[in-house]
Design a protein around this ligand. Structure first.
Ligand code: AMP
Ligand code: MG
Length: 401
């Protein structure tokens, strides 16, 4: 049986490149950037005034001048003015270009204005170059401001817009088909009998993908019927880049998924991982390189396997940059006997110093997904260790990242 690390490695080796495409800036949030973003101009593009007030020539102040004749007014967006005499000033607004001949801004709170003269407060001591954000001091023109591989957030949108780009190159969205299986399952909104179960994995997997920025997905539910599964999965294999199935991969008499996939020419890469929950997970590659994740149907297993294998695989295939594994200290001691890796849901709780620690939230079997409410993710406890003491640092996998 594969270890969790071996399973991840085998999956990554099988992942295709989904390619890239241009999108409008407005549609780029949450997508993976595939280009470098280069500064259009120096930033700021001119010496930028950062206070409302007056702009003066500092040498005039240093020579004892305290009253300046207001030569004109210049707001943000106005063309630059030039003072024609060191005894003059320009009324100036935040965001305006520093007028030519000026090198000091006096805040409006420090002056009094009357009869076209601005008078500086008697005990106010300005410094040369104050309240000026110098041209190019953030970065110079052609500087690389964003590199490929980031997931675009609001700050990145601001930077891309500031570079004048109305569109950017991002990874293409893989077409992901989510297929739940099981005769016992009834979707929300339909009448349900005592012996039936609400279908929750399909919508949950779609939601998990969507939260991670993979929005090109659909869900269909299929019954545990060999020929129906075969016919429907054949169609999904034609239409999708990625299949995420739930249920039907264990040893029960109605668990047809691996056999059907094999008949459809999907080559098994592995079946079973040395972990709990989610041990029966199956993974294979279709005839055109489609990747097929068949997750065990128990809801905790489905969610943990989707987070642990499907999301990182899609991220890596989308060329998202990876970073060091996040670690967290355990708040409580945990014991786990079987020689398997344990994925244990946790809530992050601040200790007395305000630093987050992982509070284990054991689930009552892998069917108990209501316990996952308000959890932040799960920790990974190495196999072949039985005791994990409070205070120990362990890997944390957040539900979304
Ligand atoms: P399976 O992996 O098909 O043997 O399913 C294991 C358990 O998970 C069974 O109790 C199923 O009823 C339950 N289950 C499977 N699929 C779903 C689903 N889509 N939503 C909720 N529960 C499910
Ligand atoms: Mg089933």
């Amino acid at each position: 049986m594969l270890t969790t690390a071996e399973a991840n490695k085998a999956i990554l080796a099988a992942m295709p490149d989904f390619g890239s495409e241009p999108v409008a800036l407005e549609a780029a949030t949450g997508r993976i950037l595939r280009q470098t973003v280069i500064a259009e101009r120096d930033q700021p593009p001119f010496d930028r005034v950062t206070m409302d007030g007056i702009a003066i020539n500092f040498a005039a102040f240093a020579n004892g001048e305290r009253s300046f004749r207001i030569q004109g007014t210049q707001a943000a967006g106005d063309p630059v003015q030039t003072i024609t005499d060191p005894g003059n000033c320009i009324e100036i607004m935040t965001g305006a270009v520093l007028p030519v001949g000026c090198d000091c801004v006096i805040p409006v709170e420090r002056i009094s204005v009357g009869k076209g003269i601005a008078k500086i407060e008697i005990d106010y001591e300005p410094q040369p170059n104050q309240f000026i954000h110098p041209r190019g001091s953030d970065h110079q023109k052609a500087h690389c401001v964003l590199s490929p591989g980031i997931r675009i957030n609001a700050m990145d949108i601001a930077i891309i817009a500031s570079c004048g780009l109305a569109q950017v190159q991002v990874s293409k969205q893989p077409r992901v088909h989510v297929i739940s299986t099981g005769n016992e399952l009834v979707p929300a909104g339909q009448a349900i009998a005592d012996h039936q179960i609400r279908l929750s994995n399909g919508p949950a997997v779609v939601a998990m993908l969507e939260q991670q920025g993979f929005t090109n997905s659909m869900h269909e539910h299929l019954l545990d019927d060999f020929s129906q599964l075969k016919e429907s999965l054949a169609a999904h294999l034609e239409a999708a880049d990625v299949l995420v199935l739930s249920g039907g991969v264990s040893m029960g008499k109605a668990d047809f998924v691996p056999a059907v996939l094999t008949e459809l020419g999907v080559t098994v890469v592995f079946h079973k991982i040395s972990q709990r929950p989610g041990k029966p997970m199956w993974f294979g590659v279709g005839p055109h390189g489609q990747v097929v994740f068949a997750l065990p149907g128990n809801p905790v297993s489905t969610l943990v396997c989707c987070r642990h294998y499907v999301l990182p695989a899609l991220s890596t295939a989308s060329r998202r940059k990876t970073w060091a594994q996040e670690m967290i200290t355990l708040r409580d001691t945990v014991t786990f006997k079987p020689p398997l890796t344990c994925f244990l849901p946790v809530k992050l709780i601040a200790n007395e110093s305000g630093i987050s620690e992982a509070q284990p939230v054991p689930t009552n079997t892998s069917g108990d997904f209501s316990s996952l409410a308000a959890t932040d993710g799960y920790i990974e406890l190495e196999s072949h260790h039985a005791n994990f003491a409070a205070g120990m640092a362990v890997p944390l996998h957040r539900w979304s990242f």
